[in-house]
Design a protein around this ligand. Structure first.
Ligand SMILES: *Cc1c(COP(=O)(O)O)cnc(C)c1O
Length: 244
């Protein structure tokens, strides 16, 4: 991974958040919704606790971590009062036990077997774990998630497992230079989201449509996202160390 030459201490988190919130508000209004209908998640992978706390102090109430171990290491140092943490990275089954009950939502449920393991550990903890179903919307080999055509069926199957509650869908869109094509991809996700919601199945609550990142969150909102996951546009380019 290429190292960034930008010193993170020069990144103005508060100013970045101001700009992003403004853009989110504009995109929300353009899509016929209110600014407060779209949630901004700060994606905190590789970001140290002090900077995460700074973002929280600046108004962030939703954070997303990719890795279980990294989240557990930082968690004791975070001021999570009133903040909802989500897991957004691919989850290995041997890590499930450690994260159950520590995050409000596991967004990255990308297989039936991981859903079963999450449910099992949740039952052991006496809780119901909220999850989102990850969709590989661009049908990319390098990405996790269900094929868009099988998502509805799998979502229904997963919703029947005791110990979890399906609360929506998430995706990472393919890199796409053509903005109309990208918008179309997000709209396909939205259609699926509405379709599944309209069936009113037991244990399926389509609360979150989680899509859009630093490079495409406005397009995602125009396509129907109500939760955008933004990392580098808030915190600056990620600096990877050997630990991550
Ligand atoms: C890293 C990451 C993001 C944020 O990416 P940026 O481009 O830095 O905004 C969002 N979602 C997932 C699943 C990620 O892994």
């Amino acid at each position: 991974m290429e190292k960034s030459s930008i010193d993170p201490s020069f990144i103005d988190i508060e100013e970045n958040l101001k700009v992003i919130n403004e853009r989110i508000a504009q995109a929300a209004v353009r899509s016929g919704r209110k600014p407060e209908d779209v949630h901004l998640m700060a994606v905190t992978k590789t970001v140290d606790s002090a900077r995460i706390n700074h973002a929280i102090k600046s108004g962030i109430d939703l954070i997303g971590e990719n890795r279980v171990q990294e989240f557990l290491e930082k968690e004791p140092e975070l001021n999570l009062d009133g903040v909802s943490p989500h897991l957004i990275g691919h989850l290995q089954s041997n890590k499930v036990k450690k994260i159950i009950g520590k995050v409000d939502v596991i967004q990255s449920v990308d297989s039936l077997s991981i859903a079963n393991e999450i449910a099992k550990q949740a039952r052991n903890h006496g809780i119901t774990q909220k999850i989102l179903i990850e969709v590989n919307v661009g049908n990319e080999e390098s990405k996790f998630g269900f094929d868009i055509h099988e998502t509805e069926e799998k979502t229904e199957e997963i919703a029947e497992i005791d110990g979890i509650r399906v609360c929506g869908l998430m995706c990472v869109a393919p890199i796409c230079e053509n903005n109309l094509k990208l918008l179309n991809i997000f709209e396909n996700m939205y259609k699926l989201f509405i379709d599944i919601d309209s069936k009113k199945r037991d244990n399926i609550y389509m609360d979150f449509l989680s899509m859009g990142m630093s490079g495409d969150y406005e397009t995602a909102i125009l396509g129907g996202a109500n939760l955008v996951r933004v990392g580098s546009a808030i915190f600056g380019p990620r600096i990877y160390t050997d630990k991550h």
